[in-house]
Design a protein around this ligand. Structure first.
Ligand code: MN
Ligand code: MN
Length: 470
């Protein structure tokens, strides 16, 4: 059966796929709604640089909106709003819809961990009168990008008595910051001949933390390890820490400072951690705005995506399976049957087309900035290896919802077929027999200390996730 041709339109408008940007599609109301929505995101982002901070901030927002803590085995009620805090590092929030749970759950799954420099468990040393923290980078970074960037320290220390201290240095006005130093160009002759992969060494990403010895009563201490003592005296005064406490700490160095608008027109945001807070926030707000929906809606904010989703707080743990089981059994059903009918948007960022590096992208199949939220049917690498590949039926279902709800979206593949690759949590969720597709905001400079996104795409992610939930 042929498509009905509307004589008012040109044939090409009916038959050919043409993308339109937000600036062609949005009316004045949508443009100001996108700008206003971005301000809420910026506040969230500045308070969610690590997974622990994102969980804390998200719980505060959920509680303001009537969500209450949930534990395994507890009853759930239609219309009830719950959250499960998994070890302070990942979060499952859900609202029970009016339709039978056997119809499945609509899941939005984003991650709240981002690439950074983690301190090693025995990090502190001094050399040539300066104090350093040794690091082991977390996630896929281009090492050179993290050198000569002001860094802040965030994290949690479990002290010897079992109590915990929350560390945050470098974010408040007047706070000191830290950095990894670099070679001066005048002496870079030999390094200049190395490849990017060999010129920067992970073991060398040590953070400059202090540059003075401990001074007691006006005198430099006579003890050895003078600079280390200076550092530990400070940390002990402020947090009650001894050096051994680093062993039971999770301390991360992340780029210091708040997010900022980018561009004279202010349509972009530059920040650390857009991947994947730029999808986590729209997922959370879509859940909050799903109150009238008949569906049971769940928002997952996962940890450990950047390192392969392993561990109890990553998406490869059994928690999602268990969570659906406990909700299903509270409503007299089996988890397996509920999973079989559930659907998930794996809310993770896409690579935005960068004209400065155009040769790694396929221009017909890449996400462009300001053209809306990007759907990736598959990710993976080297011949669709190691990926969920959403079925055409599900992609068609989503397409139809987005057309009905006027969502600005585009299709996207990471880059050229043999250029590289990457993955998301999609495959781990799909492996639980949950229909899943990747959907997220295009990002420039992904995994750099300063990533860039478009406010129009951020807003489109919110409208897309909301359309899926309703
Ligand atoms: Mn991501
Ligand atoms: Mn990532």
């Amino acid at each position: 059966m042929a498509t009905e041709i509307n004589n008012e339109k040109k044939l090409a408008d009916t038959l050919l796929y043409k993308k339109k940007s937000a600036f062609e599609r949005f009316d004045a109301e949508e443009r100001s709604a996108a700008m206003a929505y971005a301000e809420g995101y910026k506040d969230y982002l500045d308070n969610a640089k690590t997974e622990r901070e994102a969980v804390k901030k998200s719980i505060a927002i959920l509680e303001e909106n009537g969500y209450v803590p949930y534990d395994f085995g507890e009853n759930v009620a239609v219309g009830g709003k719950y959250y499960y805090n998994n070890r302070g590092k990942s979060l499952y929030a859900f609202r029970v819809g009016s339709e039978p749970i056997i119809e499945g759950v609509r899941i939005l799954a984003a991650h709240i961990d981002s690439p950074r420099l983690d301190l090693k468990q025995n990090p502190l040393y001094e050399d040539s009168g300066m104090g350093y923290f040794k690091t082991h980078y977390y996630g896929g970074i281009r090492k050179y990008q993290w050198i000569t960037v002001p860094l802040a320290l965030h994290g949690t220390v479990i002290l010897a008595d079992g109590s915990s201290a929350y560390v945050n240095i470098g974010e408040e006005p007047g706070d000191p910051v830290f950095c990894v130093t670099d070679l001066l160009p005048h002496l870079g002759k030999e390094q200049n001949n190395k490849t990017l992969a060999t010129a920067f060494n992970g073991e060398n990403l040590s953070i400059l933390i202090a540059s003075s010895p401990l001074v007691e009563n006006g005198e430099v201490t006579e003890e050895d390890d003078k600079v280390k003592l200076c550092v530990m005296k400070y940390l002990n005064d402020k947090y009650g820490m001894t050096e051994e406490d680093f062993i039971s700490a999770e301390l991360c160095a992340v780029p210091a400072g708040k997010c900022v608008d980018v561009g004279l027109d202010r349509w972009m945001i530059g920040a650390y951690g857009h991947d994947d807070t730029v999808c986590a926030y729209p997922a959370l707000t879509a859940l909050l705005e799903s109150d009238g929906s008949p569906h049971t809606v769940m928002c997952i904010l996962a940890d450990k995506e950047e390192t392969g989703s392993d561990g109890a707080t990553g998406m490869q743990s059994g928690l999602l399976c268990d969570m659906i089981e406990t909700i299903a059994s509270a409503m007299g059903e089996k988890g397996a049957a509920v999973r079989a009918k559930s659907m998930c948007l794996s809310a993770d960022v896409a690579a935005g087309f960068d004209p400065l590096y155009s040769d790694v992208f396929d221009k017909k199949n890449v996400a462009f900035m300001n053209f809306g939220v990007a759907m990736a049917k598959y990710t993976g690498s080297g011949g669709k290896y190691s990926t969920n590949d959403a079925d055409a039926e599900f992609v068609g279902f989503i397409r139809k919802i987005f057309a009905e709800k006027n969502v600005l979206w585009q299709t996207a593949e990471l880059g050229k077929v043999d250029a590289g690759g990457g993955g998301t949590v999609a495959k781990y969720i799909a492996n639980l027999n949950i229909t899943t597709v990747d959907m997220g905001v295009p990002v420039l400079s992904m995994h750099a200390p300063f990533e860039v996104i478009s406010k129009a795409d951020l807003y489109s992610a919110h409208t897309a996730f909301k359309a899926f939930c309703l």
